[in-house]
Design a binder for this molecule. Structure first.
Ligand SMILES: [Fe+2]
Ligand SMILES: [Fe+2]
Length: 256
């Protein structure tokens, strides 16, 4: 009897954490009473013009990452292996679209007249390459590789960048990023759980994932290099960014 319950519990757990019901209870705590990801009463700080420009460039590149995740998550639904993963990915699509929306809105609050044009103009060299490679993996319907690239690598990259940035950001940008980080944590949890179970069942998948990691890590680290010039992160914290990314991926169980 107890063995049966033990065998059943993980399914119940997955049913719960992959549901819109769970998603709604998660987000209402931090999104209730916000407008475009921050509380309406949070005051706008004085941001010197050069710092404002760098902030807009960082937000533009975040938007490229969020667009990649939005397109990737929606594409993954088409060949997700079961109902639970399709429903979870639908909640992720909603999250990523919200992230894109609030980050673009933040740009307009900072004075960007045409955020779409700014995103094209201010993109780093490597992030669009990452986006293209992720979408190729989705188009090839390689479930494990695409989930790995999106819900482990891309999420860990965003998680490291947003956390470092939030610590050093103006109050409104910090609130926006903190809400986004909470969602990204949920998305990483999905990737870790989904791939953890698949790796346990089919260990040879690991070699393919490490191949994807070897291909994408340089793009992530170069993106950080390009972004560090834009982020208002003290020089002393900068080497941490790449290390935090690699440590997050490792913590999720993926080492080179
Ligand atoms: Fe996101
Ligand atoms: Fe995400």
């Amino acid at each position: 009897m107890s063995r049966e319950v033990h065998a059943l519990a993980p399914d119940e757990f997955l049913e719960e954490v992959h549901s819109f019901e769970f998603w709604f209870h998660s987000v209402e705590g931090y999104l209730a009473d916000t407008e475009f990801g921050h509380r309406p009463g949070t005051p706008e700080a004085e941001i010197p013009p050069d710092r404002r420009e760098r902030l807009i460039t960082a937000l533009c590149n975040y938007c490229i990452g969020e667009t990649a995740a939005l397109e990737g998550a929606s594409g993954l639904i088409g060949f997700a292996p079961n109902r639970q993963t399709k429903i979870f990915l639908a909640t992720q699509v909603v999250d990523e679209a919200r992230h894109l929306e609030v980050l673009m809105h933040r740009m307009t609050e900072l004075g960007a007249k045409d955020p779409e044009a700014e995103i094209k103009r201010r993109a780093t060299r490597t992030l669009p390459l990452f986006r293209r490679r992720l979408l190729e993996l989705v188009a090839s319907k390689d479930w494990e590789a695409a989930i790995f690239a999106q819900n482990v690598i891309l999420e860990a990259m965003e998680f490291a960048a947003f956390q470092a940035h939030a610590r050093n950001a103006d109050p409104i940008t910090r609130e926006v990023l903190e809400g986004v980080i909470k969602d990204e944590r949920r998305h990483m949890g999905f990737g870790e759980n989904e791939l953890g179970r698949r790796l346990a069942a089919t260990p040879h998948v690991r070699a393919r994932l490490l191949q994807v990691k070897r291909e994408l890590d340089p793009l992530v680290l170069e993106t950080f290099e390009e972004m560090l010039a834009e982020l208002a992160i003290p020089r002393s914290e900068r080497p941490e960014l790449g290390r935090n990314y690699l440590a997050t991926v490792e913590r999720l169980g993926f080492t080179a």
